[in-house]
Design a protein around this ligand. Sequence first.
Ligand SMILES: NC(=[NH2+])NCCC[C@H](N)C(=O)O
Ligand SMILES: [Mn+2]
Length: 304
Amino acid sequence: MSGWYGFIGVPTDVGNKACGAAEGPAALRAIGLAPRMGMVDRGDVRGPAYDGTPDETGSRSVRETAAWCTGVRNAVAGVLADGGVPVMVGGDHAMALGSVAAAAEHARRQGRNLYVLWFDAHPDFNTPETSPSGNTHGYPAALACGIGHPCLLRVGAFTPLLRPDRLVQFGIRDIDAGERENLRRSGIEFHEMPAVRERGLAALVAHTISRIQAAGGGHVHVSFDIDALDPSVAPGVGTPVPGGLLLDECVDSLRLLGASGLVQSLDIVEYAATQDQGNRTAHVVEHLLAGFMAGRDGQTALVA
Ligand SMILES: NC(=[NH2+])NCCC[C@H](N)C(=O)O
Ligand SMILES: [Mn+2]
């Protein structure tokens, strides 16, 4: 059976006050996303409000981010324990620390290797030392790999949650100078837009899937930041960067990922309803999920 999907709303912008991602889940509920797609609505995670005062590392809302991520971790773990596919709907991308923590713990219990495929305009591989903003939504990929703010490294049961050679990023086109050095030192595989244009997103994703399958499979977590898409396609984001991915190539890639049978958890983050043009970006979210689900259903049909 293809199982079921659990929609987990995470209405917060503690990772970047300006991004407007706190309204994302409500706007997606307003278009009836979960019921229309046959997802079980597991409700919203709750947590503290944003605090803009920087701490001694220059980071903002670290305690608040940790509190929210702990809630996300529990909610995602709950869906995984009940045999579903958690779809963590942000909220800003800092929340991925919580879902990756749950995925890592689940994978370890099942004796599987965790892989994370990260679709984003930004690598989110900053540490407090390299961050130009102090915003925690620039940290989660680095935290998953075990580097960053000690208070946030404690969100998961262990650290690193993820081996750096099991993180692959796609759609990258805005990297801070110190962040690039972090990526280099950790040996992260990241595909910037020129490489994506040259080789094709779906081809890169297919190659990654085969590599994971050749290594014996595992638990693949997909973390999809809506700002990976070009702002002309998905205007409802807080940190838009031109020159991004197109909808069709993302839908095709998610269909391949669904069909691989490897993906067991998913994030859809940084949908900023307040920046949207009508419901355009909300419908983009729907298309992305529909592609993933179609791939998974096809895979089930083949297996059945
Ligand atoms: N998930 C995101 N939208 N991240 C944007 C990060 C922007 C910038 N690199 C920073 O650290 O502040
Ligand atoms: Mn991001």
